[in-house]
Design a protein around this ligand. Structure first.
Ligand code: MLT
Length: 237
């Protein structure tokens, strides 16, 4: 089958996401350290949905309405008081979350995401799912051709090296799926991520192992997709 022309764009932050959603693009939101990696890992380990919310108060309010949901997230890298989980993807390698919704609030990812309209196509990408998210974006584009915009969540005050690196790899895999992948090994990626701005912050906060974890290309064959305000694992059809 002939692929319709593909237009892949790359931008950083909340404003380009709002614009891409308004123009009905397929959006891939990338926050390698750590929200994208956390969402992918939690769904891969059986969480039923991840419900992103922007504030801690909103998260607590929603938890009262959803007694079987877990509260997760971070401020300054650490879990807010009273939360069940932080934003460490490794903490979701547990069967306890199986079948449970997770309400997630983070400094940057959930702020960048905002509250897009329910019909928006928003996927989550990271090193953990490069190939799967690229294949999913291509499949959605085949179903209904439209531009694909990859948004690096970046930092509140600008771009982030690790998000741009993963975004570039995802873009390349979308555009040239027949070429051999060019991304580095997990060890080399981890070495590079440890010294980025946010990587160094996480090391100082005691989360060095999260960086190693988030540096594994294609650990999971899973793509989170936003449906009715919550992320679930994409399945075709
Ligand atoms: C965020 O969304 O700001 C990040 O994922 C922060 C982190 O927990 O490392």
């Amino acid at each position: 089958m002939i692929m319709p022309p593909l237009k892949v764009l790359h931008a950083t932050g909340p404003d380009p996401l709002v614009a891409a959603v308004a123009q009905d693009h397929i959006v891939i939101l990338v926050d390698v350290l750590r929200a994208s990696s956390t969402i992918i890992t939690a769904l891969a380990n059986g969480a039923s949905t991840i419900i992103p919310v922007t504030t801690i108060e909103e998260a607590r309010r929603l938890a009262q309405q959803l007694p079987n949901a877990f509260l997760a997230g971070e401020r300054a890298a650490h879990p807010p008081p009273g939360f069940d989980y932080g934003n460490s993807p490794r903490s979701f390698l547990t069967a306890h979350i199986k079948g449970h919704p997770i309400i997630l609030t983070t400094t940057n990812f959930t702020h960048t995401l905002g509250t897009p309209r329910p019909t928006a196509t928003v996927l989550v990408g990271a090193f953990l799912n490069i190939e799967h998210v690229a294949t999913t974006a291509r499949a959605l584009h085949r179903q209904r051709p439209r531009p694909i915009t990859i948004i690096s969540a970046g930092e509140l005050d600008g771009t982030s090296v690790e998000d741009d690196l993963a975004s570039n790899h995802i873009a390349t895999r979308i555009q040239h799926p027949q070429d051999p992948p060019s991304y580095a090994s997990a060890d080399d990626l981890a070495r590079d991520l440890l010294v980025t701005k946010h990587g160094s912050l996480l090391v100082h906060a005691g989360y060095k192992d999260d960086i190693t974890f988030c540096s594994q290309p294609n650990r999971y064959a899973l793509t989170p997709i936003l449906r009715d305000g919550a992320f679930t694992a994409y399945s075709p059809g």
